[in-house]
Design a protein around this ligand. Structure first.
Ligand SMILES: [Zn+2]
Ligand SMILES: [Zn+2]
Length: 417
């Protein structure tokens, strides 16, 4: 059965009313989760809270997926496509600095250092929004044509060293299978986007993040006699210089931005010794798959050949943190009217890409996906503290639009043949 226009209109109105009626509940959940943040792969209490909620709604619930993930499956009364909605649930080792009544006072030891724990990226809001969406859709499953998979994902910020985690692990454990997901949607709250606004970009939206390590080998000698050795510090400097020419001279910057940053150089022990070796670590950010391939290839060639030209040797290794958060073009066009319907057309803004990374990108490599940004800045403010900082703040009057956006695009997507 396909809904006629007026019937679809009625369904939408009902869902939006139901969303509005649970707004205070969603805000309450968000504050409880905010007060009790847990680090990546340690989201035990958060997961228990989510699982209890989904079970109370009568959903089929899977726990301990990808360590601490929770999956809820809601089958509509009518058969149809399978849509996945994803929320990340982890917090960060940041000590919260504000006067909110629900401020976190949680502390823990992270990599040997005592630290506060804080939802300093806003994943508490994502969790509460998706719990709200589940509640509304479960209450209206007689109107639902198809299946909704709710993915509450741990460790988006990256698992602790030596552990697997995040979207990669969930995919490995089959989260997009059985039932097979046709499309996936995700959102990120943003501290610098006004409440009521949705921002999006087709194509490359957030960057592929690589970490790289360069090892340069020379030959140790006295600082007064460089001709007797091979100076790895000088070679490292030439390599850093070479990398920047890949961005400025070889990358088609009219297509997308790209960044290479060396963040750390280690070499030597004292002023009058030219050391044996040098090490550099850094990051590459790309928004286009072809540019990424070019940059990785040219960095590898430059590392090896520049070192060789100066009498040393060098190697580079890349470690992939995220892929390109790439909004499928057809899907973006398809969901845009849904977002405009809930936010108002002038509140849905096309934005530039960012060079931050997001592990939602791994799902988008498997199935078509769409990722958008939701306003969390108090109306009237013009400035906000960035994500991952102690003063980071989200105005939870912005959450209702997140619930409505997910509801609208879910129903519209499932009702589109
Ligand atoms: Zn973050
Ligand atoms: Zn985040």
């Amino acid at each position: 059965m396909t809904l006629g226009w007026s019937q679809a209109q009625e369904v939408n109105e009902k869902l939006m009313l139901d969303a509005a009626s649970i707004e205070s509940k969603v805000i309450q959940w968000r504050r409880e989760i905010h007060k009790n943040p847990e680090l990546s792969n340690r989201e035990f209490k958060t997961a228990a809270k989510i699982a209890a909620h989904l079970k109370s709604l009568g959903l089929e619930v899977q726990t301990e997926v990808g360590k601490t993930g929770v999956i809820g499956i809601l089958k509509g009364d009518q058969p149809g496509k399978v849509i996945a909605l994803r929320a990340d649930i982890d917090a960060l080792p940041v000590t919260e600095r504000n006067d909110l009544s629900f401020k976190s006072t949680v502390t823990t030891t992270f990599l040997g250092t005592e630290t506060g724990v804080m939802h300093a990226c806003g994943h508490d809001t994502h969790t509460a929004i998706l719990m709200g969406v589940a509640e509304v859709l479960a209450a209206n499953k007689d109107l639902l044509k198809g299946t909704v998979k709710f993915i509450f994902q741990p460790a988006e910020e990256g698992p602790p060293p030596g552990e697997e985690g995040g979207a990669k692990l969930l995919i490995k454990e089959g989260v997009l299978k059985n039932p097979d997901v046709d499309a996936i949607f995700g959102l990120h709250i943003n501290s610098a986007t006004p409440v009521g606004t949705i921002r999006y970009k087709p194509g490359g939206t957030m960057a592929a993040v690589e970490r790289f390590v360069v090892k340069v080998n020379g030959k140790q000698t006295h600082g007064s006699q460089p001709w007797s050795g091979v100076d790895p510090i000088y070679i490292a400097a030439k390599i850093v210089d070479g990398y920047q020419s890949i961005i400025s001279r070889e990358s088609r910057l009219i297509d997308e931005a790209a960044v290479i940053s060396v963040g750390k150089i280690t070499a030597g022990v004292r002023f009058n010794i030219i050391p044996e070796s040098a090490e550099m670590i850094g990051t590459v950010r790309t928004l286009d798959p072809d540019m990424k391939a070019l940059i990785v290839r040219r960095m590898t060639e430059m590392t090896e050949t520049i070192a060789k030209a100066y009498g040393g040797t060098a190697s580079i290794e890349f470690q992939n943190f995220t892929s390109i958060t790439f909004n499928d073009l057809a899907l973006t066009n398809q969901v845009l009217p849904s977002l405009q319907a809930v936010a108002g057309a002038d509140q849905v803004e096309l934005v530039k890409a960012t060079t931050g990374g997001e592990d939602f990108s791994f799902y988008q490599e498997e199935v078509p996906g769409f990722y958008f940004f939701l306003g969390g800045m108090t109306p009237g403010n013009t400035e906000a503290f960035p994500h991952h900082t102690p003063d980071f703040k989200i105005d939870d009057s912005g959450l209702l639009l997140g619930v409505k956006a997910f509801l609208q695009l879910t129903v519209d997507y499932l009702n589109t043949p």
